[in-house]
Design a protein around this ligand. Structure first.
Ligand code: FDA
Length: 302
């Protein structure tokens, strides 16, 4: 990251929240479930499927975690009622991971059960490295009962080489991404080239090992690595998918769909948009810079 971008990212907390919301609008369907339904319908019409995420993370109370369970039940019901081509993605810390691991597991199990009733699927997102072990434990424990659950592996983590081999051995259903949280060097690779090389390595281990992989990236090089692995292992269209975030690189989305690959878009909605939005803006210093410049434009004209 350039010095300028680093400065922009460091000053994001100074940006007034309404301005952050305005610039991050492209990444979020809206505040309400009906917004996620509308956006998903539009994506479905363009040949893309979706994974719907209720925004929220790091809850402190059991009541909040149980509210998350209720919200996700509503999402699954709406997906079914509206006949959407969509599954759900959820964050373990929204389901109480930081309160009690067993409590979190039970809450996620309720959603797996509900999804199974609808013939749907649950993706457990991967959060920062303090959650990795527990998230994988919950995933391994749930897959004993549910075949409609998957999780995520991050190529920036040093541990992912070993985790990837273990997950391939059980033919896990995975999303592969680079990883977005700020981690110390002993935990995560800092060199982008190594993160990318690890991404390509994990694609081979996972797709070669018979895992269903959601190849989640907007990086043309990693998309190519995905295609390379798909051709190398002679995979059929239903044995993998590409995944992208709402609001990022619509042109690349159309190219992937135009080549007849399955593409799933991550569709977040809800009122707890701030942490998700700032993570996205940090990935896109151009937008974050616009956000930042707006504060000064505002003050100049006062
Ligand atoms: P990279 O960061 O190199 O970006 C490649 C190019 O994409 C950039 O040059 C830029 O042009 C564009 N781009 C990327 N992000 C952008 C943005 N926000 N706005 C505008 N342009 C952008 N992470 C995690 O830790 N746990 C998780 O569970 C998930 N889940 C997840 C689901 C899905 C569907 C996706 C696509 C991504 C995630 N991620 C995630 C985030 C992921 O780890 C990663 O941070 C981003 O995808 C960015 O990495 P890229 O592979 O796109 O490469």
């Amino acid at each position: 990251m350039s010095l300028m971008n680093k400065a922009i990212v460091a000053t994001l907390p100074l940006v007034p929240k309404p301005l952050v919301r305005y610039f991050a609008g492209r990444y979020i369907a809206g505040d309400k479930l009906e917004d996620a339904v509308r956006v998903t319908k539009a994506l479905n019409k363009r040949g893309m499927c979706a994974t719907v995420d209720v925004l929220g993370e790091e809850v402190d109370t059991r009541e909040e975690a149980l509210a998350a369970v209720r919200n996700y039940k509503e999402v699954l019901a709406a997906v079914d009622a509206e006949k959407l081509d969509a599954n759900v993605s959820l964050k373990p810390t929204m389901f109480g991971l930081k309160i009690d691991k067993g409590f979190c597991r039970e809450n996620v199990a309720v959603i797996c059960e509900e999804a199974r009733r609808y013939g749907n699927f649950v993706r457990i997102d991967m959060e920062d490295s303090s959650c990795t072990r527990d998230t994988l434990d919950i995933y391994y424990s749930l897959r004993d009962t549910y075949d409609n659950v998957g999780t995520v592996i991050q190529s920036y983590l040093r541990r992912s080489l070993a985790d990837g081999v273990g997950l391939a051995a059980v033919k896990a259903n995975l999303r592969l991404c680079k990883g977005i949280y700020v981690e110390p060097r002993e935990i995560a690779y800092k060199d982008k080239a190594v993160v990318n090389a690890n991404y390509a390595f994990l694609l081979d281990v996972l797709l070669g090992g018979g895992c269903y992989v959601g190849i989640a990236t907007h990086d043309e090089k990693m998309v190519w690595e995905g295609l390379r692995a798909v051709y190398k292992f002679g995979l059929k269209r239903d044995q993998y998918e590409f995944q992208m975030l709402l609001g990022v690189d619509a042109e690349l989305r159309d190219i992937i769909v135009g080549q007849n690959h399955r593409l799933r878009i991550y569709v977040p909605f809800g009122t707890a948009w701030y942490p998700y939005s700032t993570r996205r803006l940090k990935e896109n210093p151009h937008l974050a810079g616009q956000c930042f410049r707006n504060i000064f434009v505002k003050y100049e004209f006062k």
